[in-house]
Ligand binder design. Structure first.
Ligand SMILES: Nc1nc2c(ncn2[C@@H]2O[C@H](COP(=O)(O)OP(=O)(O)OP(=O)(O)O)[C@@H](O)[C@H]2O)c(=O)[nH]1
Length: 371
């Protein structure tokens, strides 16, 4: 999962650390050269003094003795500051050290289908966290780069994050969860997986097929219900999806079922009649949560669709299916930052237990982990 992105981040870390180390070594060499030059000029000055008894340096008007050599014939202020820091066991990171690595990071992120504004935010945070940073020479630069990247990724990935299980636990029962998204992205499979995920945590669920549009939809979700031993509420093709999910809620109420999982027909946000159906479901059933399902592999297309769905019929969270087939991870990195709605689950295969609760910290650790 997300192996391409992981490799790219790993190369960025190596290159950035190397570049910063190189600049630090240059600063060290310069510091040594400056020290030597200073010592030599002091020697020469001592000789000259004995020969011509010249006056010692006077404090300037403010009373301070000028410490930093001027730009024309000495090291630049930044070189001087760096050299001074180096002499006290520190390495200072400067804008120019980061230019190339950050450009590489930008390519890596965009190449992994990370949305532009998200990539920019990550770059800004890394730059901000590293610039002017003085680290002890004994710390590795790689550590510093990794920490900056960790914070930058976590910041964008964890936007709006909440604990789904806590939400289910705290809500009045039955909890109604409705799933939306375009065709064929894995909504129905996700519902079956989530039903199993809930069962594993002690919550019962009923499936309600609000996809009254597609021929064969009842049979498809029915197979999952049979395999899992769950009750399915379904109406004939062409029926009212809001009525099906409403019946699901009634059934759950009457039978002490904790969660109603409502499927809906795959649709484009531009299909007005289908979007009107979602509004009606919202009105009639008042779902506790509306989850948008899309394929992780769809990258920025998934981000765009999530935004469009959220605008048309507000979503509460996102499930990214087929993360097992996704090497780039662009959607997982970008979607929460762009939509303000968190990724709650990743689909990681075709089996019922291939559903993983999304944990931003764990994902960042995984992305930055050793191969
Ligand atoms: N590899 C992989 N395949 C998945 C995952 N989730 C779903 N699929 C597969 O994706 C295909 C489509 O899944 P469905 O659940 O039928 O998709 P849907 O969105 O309900 O489709 P419509 O009802 O046509 O809108 C199926 O073959 C699933 O087995 C996943 O996490 N990983």
């Amino acid at each position: 999962m997300f192996d391409g992105l992981k490799d790219k981040l790993s190369s960025f870390r190596e290159d950035a650390a190397e570049e910063v180390e190189e600049k630090a070594a240059e600063a060290e060499a310069e510091a040594e050269a400056d020290e030597r030059a200073e010592a030599e000029s002091e020697d020469a000055g001592a000789v000259a003094e004995t020969e011509a008894d010249t006056a010692p340096a006077e404090p300037d008007e403010s009373g301070a003795i000028e410490e930093e050599p001027d730009d024309d014939d000495g090291p630049t202020a930044s070189r001087f500051t760096r050299a001074k820091a180096f002499a006290t066991g520190k390495v200072i990171i400067e804008e120019e050290d980061l230019q190339e690595p950050l450009r590489d990071l930008e390519f890596a992120l965009l190449g992994s289908d990370v949305e532009m504004t998200v990539a920019e935010e990550i770059l800004d945070t890394v730059r901000e966290k590293m610039l002017g940073e003085a680290r002890a020479q004994i710390e590795t630069t790689d550590q510093l780069v990794t920490e900056a990247l960790h914070d930058a990724l976590l910041e964008v990935i964890s936007v709006g994050q909440f604990d789904f299980e806590e939400r289910i636990a705290a809500a009045d029962k039955p909890v109604t969860v409705v799933f939306t998204g375009v065709n064929g992205v894995g909504k129905t499979t996700t519902i079956a997986k989530l039903s199993e995920w809930l069962e594993d945590r002690g919550y019962s669920s009923v499936l309600a097929n609000g996809d009254t549009y597609r021929a064969g939809a009842n049979e498809q979700i029915g197979e999952h219900a049979d395999a899992l031993g769950r009750k399915l509420i379904a109406h004939d093709k062409g029926g009212d999806p809001a009525a099906v999910i409403y019946d699901g809620v009634e059934y759950a109420d009457a039978n002490d079922i904790d969660v109603v999982l409502g499927d809906t027909a795959g649709r484009l946000h531009t299909s007005n009649d289908l979007m009107a159906q979602l509004e009606k479901i919202d009105r009639v059933v008042e779902p506790d949560l509306t989850l948008f399902v899309d394929e992780s592999v769809a990258g920025q297309d998934a981000v765009r669709r999530a935004t469009e769905f959220n605008d048309a019929a507000e979503i509460d969270g996102v499930v990214l299916s087929k993360a097992d087939a996704d090497s780039s991870g662009g959607a997982a990195i970008s979607i929460a930052y762009v939509t303000g709605k968190p990724v709650l689950f990743l689909g990681t295969g075709q089996e019922y237990d291939d559903l993983v609760q999304f944990d931003p910290e764990a994902l960042v650790d995984e992305l930055l982990g050793e191969e």
